[in-house]
Design a protein around this ligand. Structure first.
Ligand code: FES
Length: 152
């Protein structure tokens, strides 16, 4: 590539990043670039894959031990905001009991994100919804398991 083209591409990229930071705010932008707990968890005992109306999915993996989430992770094929919200939802889930997890609503993820533009709010709702489904999956397995202590 010529130097001029290099400069043009770099300027364009910086402009896009700058616009994304302004649109989404520092908190979401930073987490979008550096998400925590992304990827599949091994030995999880709560799982969900939820598809939103936008067509994107967020998967949540939860590992409970002694009645608390000791590990959590997420995967998404969605937008930057869904990556950030998946990360926030798992960060919020770690260390929580099932009762405490119920408090992680779309609104709570949105607050953690410091807000989102109107058209991206559903990304926070999708992350929280997937988290709640993963909790439900865990509760269902726990109830039907004859070795209940395997879930404690
Ligand atoms: Fe679909 Fe963000 S646009 S999750």
């Amino acid at each position: 590539m010529s130097d001029r083209l290099d400069d043009f591409v770099q300027e364009l990229q910086e402009k896009i990043f700058q616009e994304a930071r302004e649109t989404y705010g520092d908190t979401v932008y930073e987490r979008w670039l550096n998400p925590l707990y992304m990827g599949e968890l091994k030995n999880y005992n709560g799982y969900s894959r939820l598809r939103g109306q936008c067509g994107d999915t967020i998967e949540i993996f939860l590992k409970f031990e002694k009645g608390r989430v000791i590990e959590a992770s997420f995967k998404t094929d969605g937008c930057g905001a869904s990556t950030a919200c998946g990360s926030f939802a798992t960060e919020m889930a770690i260390g929580k009991t099932p009762d405490e997890l119920l408090e992680i609503t779309g609104e709570a993820v949105l607050n953690r994100a410091g807000g989102l533009p109107q058209e991206d709010k559903h990304c926070a709702v999708l992350a929280a919804g997937s988290l709640q489904d993963a909790l439900e999956d865990y509760m269902r397995k726990k109830e039907s398991c004859h070795h209940a202590d395997a879930f404690d």
